[in-house]
Design a protein around this ligand. Structure first.
Ligand code: PLP
Length: 386
């Protein structure tokens, strides 16, 4: 049985007529840049998550960059961010001329380690950029407390966490800004690149709106230097077709996660010389499971490379099961940052990069697909134990 990591065909087939109608609507409207589809999407997503302002932008990466620009973060400034995340988190900080300062991770939730944040704050620190990794919120209460006490901003990288909550509050709405991505593999995916920036702050919203469009309120008159960070009207129209289904897609991801937790509980108890750790969800959090990521800990004392995370991945692939390593190299060790950014080593991030394996969790993976994944993992452990 073939089990792909992500299969969007069933989702798109079910909506094909509506997506084609959306295309036709945009084609005949003549509005391809901003306009009513973008306004509509912004209104609808803002209502969905309960935030005052939402700005459709060209990508999740550009949402982060725009937030940094609106907060005037640039050369000489430092921004704290986790090391175990997608590149865009720190990449956007470096692109605006500031310095990403990497923070270690909590090995249970994969999110930024709050205890490690304060130690890395200096008088140059301008912002903390927590990431709600894999669909679960970072510990926003202590993060907001530190930020308020130190007078620094918080930009939430909520690219993977649309609809996630922590103690009942929506991801992306707690900091100065929240950045979302509609990259096709995210919980709400466009048919191309797209993103969204949200804020409850009127002045920041206005500034970000201008910066999205070359810093011009009136065409050809520029009060600031911005860029072209606009979402396509066509992508906005497609996203408006899918948004009403997001709650149902998310419910299916949550059911799929629960099914893995039950099916793989036996894997965590097997007396094999390799330990499988299932993802944990903080009881304060509503997790939206953009990824279901296990840890494969092949204890060094056993010296059994055939039982490593990479060996399990190859074993599953032989059986037609696709998995992915999010992320194989922490950001503080990337060639572009290594040696230039503090700190030099982050033990938890480095362990996670070696141990993490993400399993197919998309809404249409199906029970047959999940059973094949579970059976594949259990068979690997049985062989390893023998
Ligand atoms: C996907 C992602 C981004 C970037 O989003 P794009 O739309 O691909 O630019 C940023 N941060 C994280 C954590 C992501 O997963």
């Amino acid at each position: 049985m073939k089990v792909p990591l992500l299969d969007l065909k069933p989702q798109h087939q079910a909506l094909a007529g509506e997506l084609q109608d959306a295309f036709t609507r945009v084609l005949h409207s003549g509005h391809f840049i901003l306009g009513p589809e973008v306004d509509g999407l912004e209104r609808e997503v803002a209502a969905y998550i309960g935030v005052k302002h939402a700005l459709g932008v060209s990508s999740g990466t550009d949402a982060l960059l725009l937030a940094l620009m609106a907060l005037d973060i640039g050369p000489g400034d430092e921004v704290l961010c986790p090391s175990f995340t997608f590149f865009a988190t720190a990449g956007s900080v470096a692109r605006c001329g500031a310095k990403p300062v990497f923070v270690d991770e909590c090995p249970l939730t994969f999110n930024i380690d709050v205890d490690d944040i304060e130690a890395r704050i200096t008088d140059r620190t301008k912002a903390i950029m927590p990431v709600h990794l894999f669909g679960q919120c970072a510990q926003m209460d202590p993060i907001m407390e530190i930020a308020q006490r130190r007078g620094i901003a918080v930009i939430e990288d909520a690219a993977q966490a649309l609809g996630a909550t922590t103690r009942g509050r929506q991801a992306g709405t707690l900091g100065s800004f929240g950045a979302f991505s509609f990259f096709p593999s995210k919980n709400l995916g466009a048919l191309g690149d797209a993103g969204l920036l949200v804020t409850n702050d009127d002045a920041l919203a206005l500034k970000a709106r201008l910066l999205r469009n070359h810093g011009a309120e009136q065409k050809y008159f520029h009060s600031m230097v911005g860029g072209n960070f606009r979402i396509d009207a066509l992508q906005a129209a497609f996203l408006r077709v899918k948004l009403p289904h997001l709650a149902e897609y998310t419910a299916r991801r949550i059911e799929n996660a629960a099914y893995y937790c039950r099916g793989l509980s036996a894997a965590t108890e097997m007396p094999a010389p390799v330990q499988i750790v299932l993802p944990s969800c903080d009881p304060d959090n509503h997790h939206v499971w953009n990824q279901y990521t296990i840890r494969v800990i092949a204890g060094e004392e056993w010296q059994r490379p055939e039982l490593s995370r990479d060996a399990l991945r190859a074993w599953l692939l032989e059986r037609g099961i696709a998995t992915e390593i999010y992320y194989p190299l922490p950001l503080h060790l990337q060639e572009c940052f290594a040696g230039k950014n503090e700190p030099k080593s982050l033990p938890q991030s480095e362990n996670l990069a070696r141990e993490c394996l993400s399993l197919p969790i998309h809404p249409d993976v199906g029970r047959g697909g999940q059973d094949a994944v579970i059976e594949g993992i259990l068979a690997f452990l049985r062989v390893g134990a023998a």
